[in-house]
Design a protein around this ligand. Structure first.
Ligand code: KG4
Ligand code: ZN
Length: 370
């Protein structure tokens, strides 16, 4: 069965054709990174307009690349939750129109469940149950997964998502957007032990996850070094550090004083973020007595996180470690089409009046804790 996947929940427009939930025939992604970089973060209205322009040409391209016609597809799968409301609507409306015009079923997919499925797409042997660590720009959730759509929440961040923290720290350091890859790159050659950033409270069972304290610690470190933290209101959420002697920049793009040991700060910050995630993951595996971990979502592309998580899992009773492949960590439509296939085979077809659920907590707050 051939499923067309559509993903527009945030700032990436993505389309893919996947056969039987496993074989990727073609996939395309149009990133809006450069557009949003000038604002230091995603501007929702801009994101949805760009999706609107980009989506259908991408559908055409993916068909051409795979040598398939739209009439060959068996279903249309689309992300309808969670995400930015306008962005989700562009994908869902287009998917409805395609499904209706082609006379094929529509399947709506939860973006977080799809991130977890990305690891299965890569590794058909990967079995359930496993502890799923979803670390992205909007989410830091740890689940016990017992099937493609069966996930019980074990713990989640109390405040910022891990990716959001990388993005905010990168903005502070003035090293670019999105922050994760920028921090990873900047940390190369840096000393991970240079600054002992706090890892936050683990809580009695080790499951407590929080990133806002870490972000504040970086901010305080910069202040201690004499840097002025300026909020650039015209750029929305962008906050950047500035050496007192540097003239206030006219535009948002600026170069920091060379006096800041950027590599050490980035490496020390990254190490702290990695430690927080690894500690909570191991605690989760102990809590639910599960000896397999799946790491996924944009932050799962972080090399140091993959390295430390793999070693920590091995050291804890040889717990199995699986990570989504690098190209399927950040948002993509292969994971949507892949999971869409599984929903299709169990008959979870959406009706043409399906709506979007932008807020992850609308549904997930109801999740029982494992
Ligand atoms: O999964 P994703 O593409 O979108 C959401 O669903 O949020 O994740 C995007 C997030 C961004 O915050 C980005 O900075 C982060 O993933 N990210 C990384 C890396 N690559 C992307 N964080 C740390 N290290 C990376 N290499
Ligand atoms: Zn995502």
């Amino acid at each position: 069965m051939l499923v067309l996947g559509i993903e527009t929940s945030c700032d990436d427009t993505a389309v893919a054709l996947v056969e039987n939930g496993q074989k990727i025939l073609a996939g395309g992604r149009a990133s809006q990174e450069k557009i949003h970089a000038q604002y230091g973060g995603i501007v929702p209205e801009v994101a949805c307009r760009v999706h609107y322009e980009t989506l259908m040409p991408l559908v055409q391209k993916v068909c051409t690349d795979s040598g398939k016609q739209l009439s060959d597809i068996d279903a249309v799968a689309v992300t309808n939750q969670p995400g930015l409301v306008g962005s989700l609507y562009v994908g869902l409306s287009s998917a409805k129109a395609l499904a209706w015009a082609l006379g094929k079923p529509l399947v709506t997919v939860d973006h977080i469940e799809a991130h977890i499925y990305a690891a299965h797409l890569h590794d058909p042997e990967l079995d359930y149950p496993h502890v799923s660590v979803v670390v992205s720009g909007g989410h830091t959730d740890i689940f016990l997964s017992t099937g493609p759509t069966e996930h019980k929440l074990i713990t989640r961040t109390l405040d910022d998502a891990a990716g959001e923290c990388f993005d905010k720290v990168a903005a502070l350091l003035g090293i670019g957007y999105p922050g994760g890859p920028a921090v990873q790159m900047t940390s190369l050659g840096g000393d991970r032990e240079a600054i002992k950033f706090p890892r936050g409270e683990a809580g009695p069972d080790g499951l407590q996850l929080s990133f806002s304290g870490l972000k504040t610690a970086v901010l305080n470190d910069l202040r201690k070094r004499g840097f002025v933290i300026e909020a650039q209101r015209n750029a929305g959420r962008l906050i950047t550090a500035r050496a007192p002697e540097t003239p206030v920049p006219k535009s948002e793009t600026r170069t920091l004083s060379v006096k800041l040991p950027l590599a050490d700060i980035a490496a020390s910050f990254q190490e702290a973020a990695v430690d927080i995630l690894v500690r909570a993951t191991l605690a989760a595996t102990r809590k639910v007595r599960c000896r397999a971990v799946v790491l996924c979502g944009g932050v799962a592309a972080n090399k140091r996180l993959r390295e430390v998580m793999a070693a920590a899992c091995k050291a804890q009773k040889n717990t199995g470690f699986h990570a989504a492949p690098l190209n399927l960590c950040t948002d993509n439509a292969e994971m949507i089409a892949g999971l869409g296939f599984h929903k299709l085979v169990i008959g979870q077809i959406a009706s043409l009046d399906a709506d979007v659920l932008p807020n992850k907590d609308e549904k997930r707050q109801k999740a029982e804790t494992a």
